[in-house]
Write a protein that binds this ligand. Structure first.
Ligand code: UDP
Ligand code: MG
Length: 140
C-alpha cells in the first residue's frame, strides 16, 4: 500500500460536491487516512504550487485556490499515486476519460475540482505540507 494527497478545490467545495467526490474516491478503493477543511493564504497556495511559478496560469491558480475553502486528504491504496491520477482523469475535463472525477465534476482546465500528487516523492512532500505529525497519526 502507498499514500497520495488529494485536495478538493474551491469550485468543488463551494458547489457542495465534497461528499459526492469523497464517495467516488472511497468507491474506487481508497482509504481516507487524514482529512480537513482549510482556507489557504496566498503565500501558502503560492508555495504549494511553486513548481508552476513561471507558468502563465500561476497567478490565476493561486487566486482560484484561495477563493474558498479546500479539503486536503491523505488517501491510501495499492499504487496510490497512479491510481488517483487515473481516478480523477486529465487536467482538462474536456480531455478526461468518462466516469473520472474531473469529467463528472470539473468546470474547466483551471477550475477542475481536485488535485492529486504526481509522484511518490511529491506525495510525501505534499502530505507533510498539509498535515502535522499528530494529524497523520492514522497514516503510520
Ligand atoms: N492549470 C491551469 N491551466 C493550465 C494548466 C493547469 O489553470 O493550462 C491549473 C489547474 O487547476 C491544474 C493546476 O494548475 O490542476 C496544476 O497544473 P498541473 O499541470 O500540475 O495539472 P494537474 O496535476 O492538476 O492535473
Ligand atoms: Mg500537477
Amino acid at each position: 500500500m502507498s499514500l497520495t494527497l488529494a485536495i478538493l478545490k474551491p469550485d468543488a467545495v463551494g458547489a457542495k460536491k465534497a461528499g459526492k467526490i469523497l464517495a467516488h474516491l472511497e468507491g474506487a478503493g481508497f482509504t481516507v487516512k487524514a482529512l480537513k477543511l482549510v482556507s489557504l493564504s496566498k503565500a501558502q497556495a503560492g508555495e504549494f504550487y511553486a513548481v508552476h511559478r513561471e507558468r502563465g496560469f500561476y497567478a490565476e491558480l493561486v487566486e482560484f485556490m484561495t477563493s474558498g475553502p479546500v479539503i486536503p486528504m491523505v488517501l491510501e491504496a495499492n499504487d496510490a499515486v497512479a491510481k488517483l491520477r487515473s481516478t480523477i482523469g486529465a487536467t482538462d475535463p474536456a480531455e478526461a476519460a468518462p466516469g473520472t472525477v474531473r469529467k463528472l465534476h470539473a468546470e474547466s482546465k483551471g477550475r477542475n475540482a481536485i488535485h492529486a500528487s504526481d509522484s511518490d516523492e511529491n506525495a510525501a512532500r505534499e502530505i507533510a505540507f498539509f498535515f502535522s505529525e499528530f494529524e497523520r497519526i492514522a497514516v503510520r
